[in-house]
Design a protein around this ligand. Sequence first.
Ligand code: NAD
Length: 443
Amino acid sequence: MDITVFGSGYVGLVTAACFADAGNTVVCVDVDARRVETLSRGEVPFYEPGLDQMVRANFQQGRLRFTTDAAEGVSHGLFQFIAVGTPPGEDGSADLKYVLQVADTIGSLVTDYRVVVTKSTVPVGTADKVREALLAALQRRGESVEIDVVSNPEFLKEGAAISDFTKPDRIVIGTDNPRTAELMRALYAPFNHNHDRIVVMDVRSSELTKYAANAMLATRISFMNELANVAEKVGADIEKVRIGIGSDPRIGYHFIYPGCGYGGSCFPKDVKALVHTASESGHAAALLAAVEDVNQRQKRVLFENIRKHFGGDLKGRTVALWGLAFKPNTDDMREASSRVLMEALWESGASVRAFDPVAMHETRKIYGERADLALCDNAEAACEGADVLAIVTEWKQFRSPNFERLKKLLKQPTIFDGRNLYDPQLLRRQGFAYYSIGRAPVG
Ligand code: NAD
């Protein structure tokens, strides 16, 4: 099949590469000329395991190409995917500017029947706005072309994006038109072979499903973080509580890890957007607003512990920081907890020596050169001459460090662990002071 994808970010590029890998011919359109140039050399401008090989192979075999030329994209695909960003506006609502720009572009250029698919995460009612933008552009040209608009939200996780796309838990298709549903079924058939994962529903339910999924996951995290704070106050151990509740199959072990807050390009923005959608519809979503508040507070827990440890004065102190990405296996630092910690430390006059296995380049892009930030070659180098160590991202390689060496490298053998990677008793025996989340500090 012929497919066009607008947007070559995490979602657009994974969508384009996976469809091409299944034998389709895909044109990926982006307005960012530098990105298109990089991709056209077979290079992927961000880190996602397995993606560069897949992009390169399909590019070389002629099933995947990149362009800034929207006309080429519109004339190519029967399916026109919109996978551009939907960043938060000032009031927390999703900014639909890029989505509607693409709809306008398609409407300005289209000559034959097309299925326009919104893959971006968009609020309820967006399909109607996309349809209006398409029609308005067609009217300007005095043309009439049949176009279907389908909602097809994406549930992939950065770091596991390819397997999530090719072996999805579900493929949600929002349309009231049975013919369009059949076209979408045929398109997704290669990823729906093992058993039927396709759920067809009305457009509005489909749009809301994506927000509901992310809000549920964010709620589980904030719930555990809330309880972690209680556990610490009452002398309980949140890790024991986690095991205790996770064993109930109605709760389960997934996604109930306490920590220093969630980040990324999706949970924070999607929870805010859903709160906004609810309020616009006349419903005050108290629970969801609290989920976001708890998260904001949680992102400061490490900093507050460090500040208290140093009696409120951080001037001249140096903190080693392990992990910059918002989670392991990605270089994405959007809304990352590391940023809240670093910025608070800098504001208090402290310096940071940081290491992340893949997000160093991204950090340099965001913060540039600064005297109070040293980007180090490896985890141990970050600890050299630092007062204490803070851990923000649970990369596998941080799980079993050489504690003896760390003790020698740090001025104080003290670890602030935002992801509960270690056993507090083990750390105490190793001679560390150890602060974690929802457990009494030791040492
Ligand atoms: P991104 O910021 O990584 O990429 C967006 C791309 O769209 C950029 O390359 C940008 O240049 C391009 N773009 C902007 N306007 C354009 C236009 N008019 N024509 C063509 N290209 C244009 O975004 P992302 O992380 O891929 O997210 C895209 C959407 O998917 C968002 O709505 C997001 O919420 C949703 N989503 C993201 C994830 C994730 O893990 N990142 C998962 C599921 C859903």
